[in-house]
Design a protein around this ligand. Structure first.
Ligand SMILES: [Fe+2]
Length: 230
């Protein structure tokens, strides 16, 4: 049975998903929390399988959150910051905390965005976002080709990103491990996780097949929200 607290939580989560930058808010004074998935584990089938989603969210993302809270224990000021600020500013931390916060803070931020960047009916870019994609990449297919090339050429674990560009409206970049473009001062619009934990159960070593399937579940409304918010 849902409690009033659950209802308030889901209403807040829904509003935040629409408004996009829920990451601009702190989770609370006790530190960071694993966000609920905005859909069921099997919602993205057949493109992303339920078992992968369950392990990815409940184990991998949870570990980033737990390890981030552990690393920042005793640093109440940092525990109370929005995660996007922690990842942007981690180089201001004492040297011994920078690596664990870079890895686990990045993992928490990247995955919190990643879940919201996917949806069962992804749709297609519209309005200003569609115009920006055309201006930067010619067509949506042109964007997909360039984005997939970044995802496939990331050696080892990492991410490919669509970010606000300098000069052109949009740009594509990639990062290793859990590094985030926000640390480089870029505004993130879309990211694909190319760690093997994101696809190995279903796709094994075929990263190209995973990325190609993943385009079917991109939540373009969410991307539009991030584009409009920046
Ligand atoms: Fe991941």
């Amino acid at each position: 049975m849902l409690t009033r607290r659950d209802l308030l939580r889901s209403a807040t989560a829904g509003a935040a998903a629409l408004a996009a930058p829920s990451l601009l808010r702190a989770d609370g004074p006790k530190g960071f929390e694993l966000p609920k998935l905005p859909y069921a584990f099997d919602a993205l089938e057949p493109y992303i399988d339920a078992k992968t989603m369950e392990i990815h969210h409940d184990r991998h993302h949870k570990a980033y959150v737990d390890n981030l809270n552990k690393a920042l224990a005793g640093h109440a000021d940092w525990l109370a910051k929005p995660i996007v600020e922690v990842v942007r500013d981690y180089k201001k931390l004492p040297p011994e905390l920078q690596t664990p916060v870079r890895n686990n803070g990045g993992g928490h931020l990247n995955h919190t965005w990643f879940w919201q960047m996917m949806a069962k009916s992804g749709g297609a870019p519209k309005g200003e976002l569609a115009k920006a994609i055309d201006a930067s990449f010619g067509t949506l297919d042109g964007f997909k080709k360039e984005f997939a090339a970044a995802a496939l050429s990331q050696f080892g674990s990492g991410w490919a990103w669509l970010v606000k560009g300098k000069g052109k409206p949009l740009a594509i970049t990639k990062s290793a491990n859990q590094d985030s473009p926000v640390t480089e001062g870029m505004a993130v619009l879309l990211g694909v996780d190319v760690w093997e934990h994101a696809y190995y159960l279903k796709y094994q070593n075929k990263r190209a097949d995973y990325v190609n399937a993943w385009f079917s579940v991109v939540n373009w409304d969410f991307v539009s929200g991030l584009f409009a918010a920046k």
